[in-house]
Design a protein around this ligand. Structure first.
Ligand code: G
Ligand code: G
Ligand code: MN
Length: 398
């Protein structure tokens, strides 16, 4: 049989079980594949080096060897074959292997449980692998440290505000300030482009000071209408090495005529805290003063349980990578639910970030999560947009 272009298609099946090799070969016959079979890594590597394949079906466990040891050989092989994993291991191992192969730049159609169902295998071979998820990148290119220093001097840095909403009753409890750099030509540079530059060039303290001032000034303006709505500012761990931070924040709060309850400091452990002792002192003093402390992006590997126990956090924010798909991803949901219950046991306020739908909001509400943040409630907005959002919301909730 041919594929319509006049060529036979070739498939390689790599499996140490003879019966599985036969099942695969038989299953793909009707799709017009000729099948070669290998039982070991060595046989497979030899075939991949000498023959061009359109598809490779690869068992993850080859006796003592792991099928993914072939990823490099697959990448180097001619013909950019479509890869399908098969395995008796659980779905998490299969999913991790699929991601790994995609990260290697291979075309992966998916991973099937053994014994392989012939119809499912054929369906995968007919499918085109999903294109790799690419993060939409803003057109703006990374600025230089000089650009950023100039922007700080000219006061070009401000923030947008995203609502944090009480899940039980929909009331706004706070707002997160997200740094924005608006250039003179009114292009806006997002923080993931300039925060790292600030951190690497000794500009993060000046930047944080500017965002704190901007955020507290805005908070001062909405406070009369929303006396309990706080503002959360992201604080880089690098800033926590400055023992004067608590006094400085005190000074800013007084300047803005705000009490310490108006401010939440969101800490991401994006980098190793250089001086953990000073950081612990700074955080403890802030907390004693009455500033709330939030552990940001919880669950992404930077923030550990040990940090949570050692430092006086009052709030935990579950990272959006768990939250946004927790209605359709059972594993993510288990993590979200367990994290909510752990945070409650520890007496922490729990915030779920990345809430994009009402389905997710409803689940979180049922699980006892206190606060939600995400596109479902409101996108990050400039101050005037936030005030309009608050006004509309007040009518809706009342
Ligand atoms: O605003 P998003 O919209 O793109 O923010 C991206 C990331 O930048 C977030 O992880 C957020 O924590 C971080 N970020 C935003 N504003 C600030 C800030 O003022 N200081 C620090 N250190 N990080 C910030
Ligand atoms: O890491 P931190 O929580 O500080 O960053 C907040 C980031 O999350 C910002 O980049 C913000 O634009 C983004 N964000 C806010 N709400 C949502 C949402 O509902 N979905 C997604 N995908 N991103 C969101
Ligand atoms: Mn944050």
């Amino acid at each position: 049989m041919e594929d319509g272009t006049g060529q036979m298609r070739r498939l390689l099946v790599v499996d140490d079980e003879r019966i599985q090799r036969l099942i695969v070969a038989r299953a793909v016959e009707t799709l017009g594949f000729t099948t070669d079979a290998a039982a070991t890594l060595q046989e497979a590597a030899a075939l991949l080096g000498s023959q061009r394949y359109d598809a490779v079906v690869l068992d993850l466990s080859l006796g003592e060897a792991e099928g993914i040891s072939l990823l490099q050989a697959l990448r180097d092989s001619a013909g950019d074959p479509l890869v399908i994993f098969i395995s008796r291991l659980d779905s998490r191992v299969r999913a991790a292997s699929t991601r790994l192969a995609a990260a290697f730049g291979l075309r992966v159609a998916g991973a099937l449980e053994k014994p392989v169902a012939p119809g499912t295998l054929r369906a995968l071979l007919r499918s085109e692998p999903p294109s790799l998820p690419s993060r939409p990148r803003p057109a703006a290119s990374a600025p230089t440290a000089e650009d950023l220093a100039g922007a700080l001097a000219r006061g070009e840095l401000g923030a947008e505000f995203q609502p944090k909403v009480a899940l039980p009753d929909g009331r706004i409890v706070g707002v997160e300030a997200l740094a924005r750099w608006r250039r003179a030509d009114s292009t806006v540079i997002p923080p993931d482009l300039f925060i790292p530059i600030a951190e690497q060039n000794g500009l993060i303290e000046a930047l944080t000071a500017q965002i704190l001032q901007y955020a507290l000034a805005a908070c001062r303006r909405w406070r009369p209408g929303h006396p309990t709505c706080s503002v959360a500012v992201n604080i880089s761990p690098l800033v926590l090495t400055n023992a004067n931070l608590p006094e400085y924040i005190d000074h800013l709060l007084q300047e803005a005529h705000l009490g310490p309850g108006a401010l939440v400091a969101e800490i991401t452990e994006s980098s190793v805290i250089a001086n953990p002792l000073v950081a612990a002192e700074v955080l403890t003093r802030l907390r004693i003063k009455g500033v709330s402390l939030s552990i940001d992006d919880f669950g992404t590997g930077h923030s550990s349980l040990l940090t949570l126990l050692r430092l006086p956090f009052s709030e935990l924010k579950i990272d959006r990578s768990f939250v946004s798909h927790c209605d359709t991803d059972p594993e993510a949901w288990k993590i979200v639910r367990a994290t909510i219950s752990m945070a409650r046991e520890l007496g922490l306020t729990v915030v779920a970030e990345g809430v994009e739908t009402e389905e997710v909001a409803a689940r979180l509400r049922t699980a006892g999560c206190d606060i939600g943040q995400g596109w479902h409630f409101g996108r990050p907005m400039p101050e005037d947009g936030l005030l309009e959002w608050m006004a509309a919301r007040l009518v809706a909730v009342a």
